[in-house]
Ligand binder design. Structure first.
Ligand code: HGY
Ligand code: MN
Ligand code: MN
Length: 401
């Protein structure tokens, strides 16, 4: 709640766009709290923040927790922030209980998970996992032309730490969908996440006068774009395997009430649990665009900007989440994440798993996003015991925690 005051919005959410002064404030607060909990803090070249609690065996690969501190422009208090705070709470609890682990622990705040100010999404974990080169990420610019490199320098988070390979990674997160709440389940044992393919689409027709131009003579890019929106919805509704399709952004040019729009730029976000079905959705989109091009007499330029396969988390770590939930007596169920998370990229180079808790009405990426203290505490408790199972207790009693 104290962290949520940084970038707080009138409707109770947060606007904490990555690599802004507000993001720096949140990063500084996390680093201060981590140091107060006896942790050392380092920052790497893409701005990922690593808080470290030493273990009895300093050579053992660290068991990490974490998520992200950046938010959507009209985001909520819990998306990302919960996972970082839950990791910090696990460390504070182990300190209070006098427990030392064999493996070192880390709590990580990844840079630019949201992909809202700068694409691509999950940028910091993507560089960490080798999905993106550092230079590619540093060169990305926002709508004002500011580069990630300059923004990192401006907030003092262009670090030089060489991140260590991780032994395991656990991410606590709100579900951001309705399943846990509707089924009255406290803990989501996350199996993996949907694959995603994101596109930028530009439709080009011809600007014309809204009065003298006959209806059959128009090359109206907005009429064509409206058909694309309905096609994306039809495809996502018609395909199996947890298909999702969204048009979230659209710019109409010249955007004047008495001019037939000659150009529309829009985004398309397609997701699916199976790669073959996701690819079939993209094929269906491409043939729909061919029909719209000829019938509306416009041209379509489709550019793919993000593409990653459906991911599966590490079965052994998923089991430790499930057995921690069972041992603590929390209702739990297996679930696939509709959203992507940093754990998706971390799972490419280290065993990873996630712990979900419900959010009110299944609503997220919205200022009214909310979760109960009981549910976030339950998720943190499951995180603690799943991490202990992996990091092993070197001194003290796990029961004390
Ligand atoms: O869009 C997503 O899947 C997440 O918010 N990065
Ligand atoms: Mn998130
Ligand atoms: Mn998000």
């Amino acid at each position: 709640m104290e962290l949520a005051r940084i970038g707080a919005t009138p409707k109770g959410g947060v606007c904490r766009l990555t690599l802004t002064e507000i993001d720096r404030e949140a990063r500084d607060l996390f680093a201060r709290w981590a140091r107060e909990a006896g942790m050392s803090v380092s920052v790497d070249a893409i701005g990922n923040v690593y808080a470290r609690r030493e273990g009895a065996d300093p050579k053992a690969a660290p068991v990490a927790m974490g998520s992200h501190l950046d938010s959507q422009p009209s985001g909520g208090k819990f998306d990302g922030a919960y996972g970082v705070m839950a990791g910090l709470e696990v460390v504070r609890t182990l300190n209070d209980a006098g427990i030392a682990t064999r493996a070192p622990l880390e709590v990580i705040a990844w840079t630019n998970e949201e992909g809202s100010r700068f694409v691509p999404t999950m940028m910091g974990s993507g560089v960490f996992a080798g999905v993106h080169t550092l230079d590619y990420a540093l060169a990305q610019t926002d709508r004002e032309g500011v580069s990630v490199r300059d923004a990192l320098q401006a907030i003092g988070y262009a670090g030089d730490a060489r991140p260590q390979p991780l032994g395991a990674y656990f991410e606590a997160h709100i579900e951001q969908g309705p399943v846990l709440e509707q089924t009255r389940t406290t803990i989501g044992v996350v199996q993996g996440a949907l694959g995603q393919r994101w596109f930028d689409l530009t439709l080009t027709g011809q600007d014309a006068h809204a009065g003298p131009t006959p209806m059959d003579g128009r090359r109206d890019a907005l009429v064509a774009a409206s058909r694309v929106v309905l096609e994306v919805n039809r495809i996502a509704t018609g395909f199996p395997d947890t298909a999702r399709g969204t048009v979230g952004e659209m710019r109409v040019l010249p955007n004047s009430r008495n001019v037939v729009p000659g150009e529309v730029r829009m985004t398309i976000d397609l997701r699916n649990a199976k790669q073959a079905t996701l690819d079939a959705m993209v094929d269906a989109l491409r043939s729909a665009l061919a029909a719209i091009e000829s019938e509306c007499r416009v041209s379509c330029a489709l550019t793919e900007v993000v593409s990653f396969a459906p991911s599966e988390f590490d079965p052994a770590l998923v089991d430790s989440v499930r057995s921690a939930a069972a041992a603590l007596g929390h209702s739990h169920r297996d679930i696939v994440s509709g959203a992507a998370h940093d754990a998706v990229y971390v799972s490419r180079i280290a065993p990873a798993a996630m712990v979900f808790v419900p959010c009110e009405g299944g609503i997220s990426h919205n200022e009214i996003e909310n979760a109960t203290p009981e549910d976030v505490a339950a998720g943190t408790d499951v995180l603690l015991h799943a991490v202990l199972a992996r990091a092993a207790v070197a001194r003290g009693k796990a029961e004390a925690a």
